[in-house]
Design a protein around this ligand. Sequence first.
Ligand code: ADP
Length: 505
Amino acid sequence: MGKRHGEQLNSGEKKSSVPRSVRARRGQQSASIYFLLWTIFSVFALVVVLLFGFSQQALLKRTYKDEAAREIADKGVKIRQAVLVGPPEAFGKNNYNGYIRFLSTTYSVNVVILDGEGNLLFPIDPNLDRDDPDYKDHYDYSEEIALLLEGLEENKTDEVVYEGEDEYVYGAEIRFLGDTEMYLYVGKSLELMHSAMTHMSVRTVLLAIFVLILTFALSSAVAGWVVAPITEMTKKARQLAQGDFSVDFHGNDYGTEMVQLADSLNFARDELSKTDRMQKDLIANVSHDFKTPLTMIKGYASMIMEISGNNPEKRNKHAQIIVDEADRLASLVSDVLDLSKISAGITQLDMKKIDVSAYLQVILERFAYLKDTQDYVFVTDIDEGLLAEADESKIGQALYNLIGNAVNYTGEDKTVYVSLKKESEEAFRFSVRDTGSGIKSEELADIWDRYYRSSQAHKRPVQGTGLGLSIVKTVLQCHGFYFGVESEVGKGSTFYVVFPIAKNS
Ligand code: ADP
């Protein structure tokens, strides 16, 4: 079975449309990975530490206040009971001053008895002068009693627990000593809680600083780990850019993405080295192919001058060879130029309706000399009047190249089969078959590449540059025509092009 290679080619390979601009190469000044990682890590860590610190503080505050409220309520009730019972014998019957001080110390709270105006009734220090402005505050509980009375009023009970100025308060209305109305005020300062909060804030700040130092170390380590393969690959990519195709990219120790990047770079290296090799081959081929006709032109010109100048028949023959070789040279030059123009997208197709049948005959005429001089046989089967929309000269070049190749590569019988047959109402097919050694399946995809030339030496009645099939491919892809090759090693190859029939034809 012959190998086919057609469909893939017709789908068209996209030209790389993104030129590497200077802007892209220079890149914008961007922050280093070190800095980016450090910023991200630090912000994240700080947010976590601060959130943790503040939530702990809020929780502690709440717990402390709840605890303080419960404690003050508990102690308040006991103190109230004790005050109502009155001081025991040991204090002296009416020694409320001593007794209340005793209760303050025992319960670690501030216990005072006030009147309705907020004047301190117990405990009184007999050594302090009530009117002394320095001690006025000591006796004056007017602000406290206002809050207490408000609390009692609101709760409509005779005892109340509330948060006062920097303290938790138990307040109760009590009657003793001749049923006088007095108020018991028991306060527990929140100072301890405030100092605990301050401590906690300091600890949070210290923790934040510690975390910042830690994230700096951690981000440096991570960035170092991430950056190392990138730096290495950048270095190798520079070597590659300078034409060193021996570089090998690998990212094995750095995770899947790095391995993929390394694989892509290795692939790019292989492709570059292939193109580089082909370009070098092209220069060698082109210079060789330029040299051959030039040598012949020079040789025959000398012959005309020295030998055949006086013999019109010989002179004309030699002059004809010079003209042919000059034509060949010119077509070689135009091949190279055309391909570079088509590939660069400079040439526009000049589409018009052409009679492919007639045009194919004209192209075949160009090979007629091979029948007479080198015994080539052209077996043709061409349907008349097949029209297609195409760029005449470009399509002519493609068909000429395909027939030229068949001539070059056909077998001992020197036979080339050319056919143009209508396939359906929509399409007709051009095909050219040779009886040569065929093309190996592994070479089938490569033959369409620019500069690709089979390594095997071959006698070449038609000059080639290794650009022929590349021109065919580019031209047919620009037209959007279906084309391809079927080949069997030892038997020959058939190249074909399917033309859509021009409408209204
Ligand atoms: P050139 O013929 O100048 O070398 P082409 O681009 O026309 O360049 O062809 C590329 C290669 O494809 C050839 O070198 C040859 O190896 C292979 N090739 C082309 N046509 C044929 C054919 N009809 N039979 C066998 N091999 C062919």
